[in-house]
Write a protein that binds this ligand. Structure first.
Ligand code: PLP
Length: 410
């Protein structure tokens, strides 16, 4: 019989979102009249901006004619999109990134998982805690961990707690790690990293020959001045960091699928024998061997995100979600809840009242307010005692959610 990859068996069975779905459907079965509002999964709710829809319609029409039809495109992505990315996301902020350092894909979830293909097994991996579960699970699958303990922490990973106690600033490790995941603005905490914090990490990576995986999926939600938008705004980052970006949360592409990864040409890793090799060449090889490019229609849509109309419409979309986040944050604060995030991110991260655990609070909120959020402990052991609410919803539902949340406390 064929052998399986047994590392998959180490994955925690009661994974977060299926467990939430199980509890919600049990509740709905028992209470069919309850109108449940879901502020759980981080998926957008508003339709695609019109400029993007138009560009995609036009691209479909091109595909319908022999003269303008497109077959396989360049694996790295079309130049029209990569050039637009360079100009709008990087040059506009004084950051030098060239088009051939950009790899267009169908999502950052895949990119952050796939990047592990090009790194050796014996790298020590550092992960902030709580964290986007994909970083952890893909390392488990790749066999870079042992088993999980009772708190869900895997043997072999270096966990870096980020909690209210340390103002959500990830401390530089006092051991040597090789691969470091950072995500800012952060999912799930909604907090940001200052330039000084990121500079410390870049300096650490330089001194320790480590590589930073920087996930900037929520960059569009930054509202405050002096918050870095790209890791490459930090001195020296181009020789130590890979950046992941996605059109999912700003342009509403969660169902349309388009993202990109920046792999600087300066970035190096080494072989067992200590020989230095360029990461860009490895990733190029990996990407073009296992991926045949994002669809032409979707890349046309993504490029329209950078048109004048596209930028304006995306700006409105992001402002809409940020206003939801503000309503959540301020409504809960008024009711005496300690709240983090929600200023530069579409997530509000709250301290559960009365020292209840994340899951106790989940059950209580579902029962009393018919509201679904995400238990903080599902994002890691240090998320225990916290709870995430997402601002991705209609205004009406957000307002109702705040009202019900506050009422349920009394
Ligand atoms: C939503 C999200 C992404 C985007 O993933 P896609 O696969 O591009 O939709 C990436 N990182 C984090 C932390 C996210 O929350």
């Amino acid at each position: 019989m064929a052998r399986i990859n047994e590392h998959f068996l180490k994955l925690q069975a009661g994974y977060l979102f299926p467990e939430i779905a199980r509890r919600v459907s049990a509740f709905c079965e028992a209470n069919p009249e309850a109108d449940v509002i879901r502020l759980g999964i981080g998926d957008v709710t508003e339709p695609l901006p019109p400029a993007i829809v138009k560009a995609m319609h036009d691209a479909v029409d091109e595909m319908a004619n022999r003269e303008s039809f497109h077959g396989y495109g360049p694996e790295q992505g079309y130049a029209f999109l990569r050039d637009a990315i360079v100009e709008n996301d990087y040059q506009s902020r004084g950051v030098e990134v060239s088009a051939d350092e950009i790899f267009v894909s169908d999502g950052s979830k895949c990119d952050t998982g796939n990047i592990l293909d090009i790194f050796g097994q014996d790298n020590r991996v550092a992960i902030t805690d709580p964290v986007y579960p994909v970083y952890v699970d893909t390392n488990v699958m790749a066999g870079r961990t042992g088993n999980a303990d009772d708190n869900g922490r895997y043997e072999g990973l270096a966990y870096i707690p980020v909690t209210a106690e340390n103002d959500f600033v990830p401390a530089i490790p006092d051991e040597k790690v090789d691969l470091i995941y950072l995500c800012y603005p952060n999912n799930p905490t909604g907090t940001v990293a200052s330039k000084e914090t990121l500079q410390q990490w870049v300096d650490y990576a330089k001194q320790n020959d480590a590589i930073i995986f920087y996930d900037a999926a929520y960059v569009a939600f930054i509202t405050e001045e002096n918050v870095p938008h790209s890791i490459y705004e930090i001195d020296g980052a181009k020789s130590v960091a890979i950046e992941f970006r996605s059109f999912s949360k700003n342009a509403g592409f969660t169902g349309t699928r388009c993202a990109f990864t920046v792999v600087p040409k300066d970035l190096k890793g080494k072989t067992v024998n200590g020989e230095e090799k360029f990461i860009h060449a490895l990733w190029n090889r990996r990407h073009s061997t296992k991926f045949n490019g994002a669809s032409y229609v979707v890349q046309k849509g993504a490029a329209a995100a950078y048109s004048e109309d596209g930028k304006k419409q995306i700006g409105d979309l992001v402002s809409f979600y940020l206003e939801n986040a503000r309503l959540l944050r301020e409504g809960l604060e008024e009711a005496g809840i300690t709240v983090f995030g929600g200023v530069n991110a579409p997530y509000v991260w709250l301290k559960t009242p009365d020292e209840s655990t994340s899951w106790e609070f989940f059950d209580q909120l579902l029962k009393k307010a018919h509201l679904v959020g995400t238990p903080g402990s599902g994002f890691g052991a240090s998320g225990e005692g916290y709870f995430r609410l997402s601002a991705f919803n209609s205004r009406e539902k957000i307002e109702a959610a705040v009202e019900r949340f506050v009422k349920s406390l009394g």
